[in-house]
Design a protein around this ligand. Sequence first.
Ligand code: PHE
Length: 473
Amino acid sequence: MSVNREQFGSKLGFILAAAGSAVGIGNLVGFPVNATKNGGAAFLILYAIFVVLICLPVMLAELSLGRHTKRNPIGAYKRLAPNSLFWNAGGWLSVITPFMITVFYMVITVWILGYFVGTLMGDLDQLAQADYFGAFITSNKVYLFLVALAGLIVFILYRGVAEGIERGAKLMMPTLFVMLIGLVIFVLTLDNAFSGVKFYLVPDISKLTPSVVSGALSQAFFSLSLGMGILITYGSYMKQGDSIASSGKMVALVDTGVAFCAGLLIIPAIFSFNPDTNTAELSDSSISLIFSFLPKIFLALQGSIGYFGASLVAGVFFLLVFFAALTSQVSIMQVPLATLQDELGYNRSKSLLILCVSAGILTLFCILSFGKVAFLTDFIHYAGKSKSFFDVTIDVFYETILPLNGLIICLFVTYKWKKANFDNELELGDPHYKGSLLERYVNLSLSTIIPIVLFLIFVNTVALKYFGVSLIG
Ligand code: PHE
């Protein structure tokens, strides 16, 4: 019941928790990979524009919807549109999507934990071997790390929003900032680092093709944890007196700042490892960057700072990514957790148990889909490719449904809940919002341009992913 609903203890606590959700693998690895391949600062500027013009309004919509209804996404849609099957389907999508994203994100977080522990054990030389990653992900060690990670997540979630999520974020996020800045400073002292900085900060506009533009928007959308029901859920624990707009702006700023710093860390590191870096050689995938490429770079540091020093730098890096992934992971699991608690009235332990078992089984399916079980490895074919269970989860829920969820939220807030009610919620605790430029922009864009852009991205993704046809070249 809303009277007893948990709340974040402070505005800062909320901002750190929401930033903890936003700052994840997407910022630390996805962003630098994209920036390197797609024009450096040109990509960065485009990304920042999308954060402000498209993502921030969607973020405010999600947070207000959550705070107003004090519910999980299913409850929020149901409350404002009790008898509409269509809108209720939107609520369901906003819970199923995070649940499925949890599953693939869990797999990657398990690998990061494995690499962190591997570095601590002094195995950096092995991690840097070309065939280590393939062997690691099919080894039995993965199950051990899965159990450890699940235990940690349950521990945090069991303690609740203020005592678990908020406290965890207050501990992990500042540590993350310090580690990130420390690593950036260290990397900038390496030979050739500045050729990387130059590469990063000098914009190359010629790289901005239509598909890069749409990729920048998807990256920003994912990075801010939009379309996943997370901000609706976190909004439901926000205090009435806190300004949603200023909190949202802070979260967007922190998220973009971390992505920017991650670029300053990774790109100079790549250039210092190989001054003749040809960006075409870099794979598109963040996964191969974290697990195959970076360990080689860290190991190469042993020439200047010794094996111990190199392992230390690698350890700090993996811990940094692990904290980022863990704070994102708890935020996303809180969505189905809150749904079970609100909608079915289950207590926290029972809800956590149900979640753990169901997400655990699907995570195992993903783990087994890397060659261990033929049915899961060769799960389905589309657009001329064979896809594993893991690939399908990413394609369907991350690539396709995320923009669709964003689209539904914009339409729901502006046309069903109505702009005036949305405005009232944003004005609570924020007298300056009324009549501001931001208010006018948010109202205009949420009902027109943003849904159109998200719709186009959705249609293009479907055409490209499932039919192999690119509509935008
Ligand atoms: N914002 C996260 C990132 O950048 C995305 C995410 C959030 C993924 C929550 C999973 C869970 O990685």
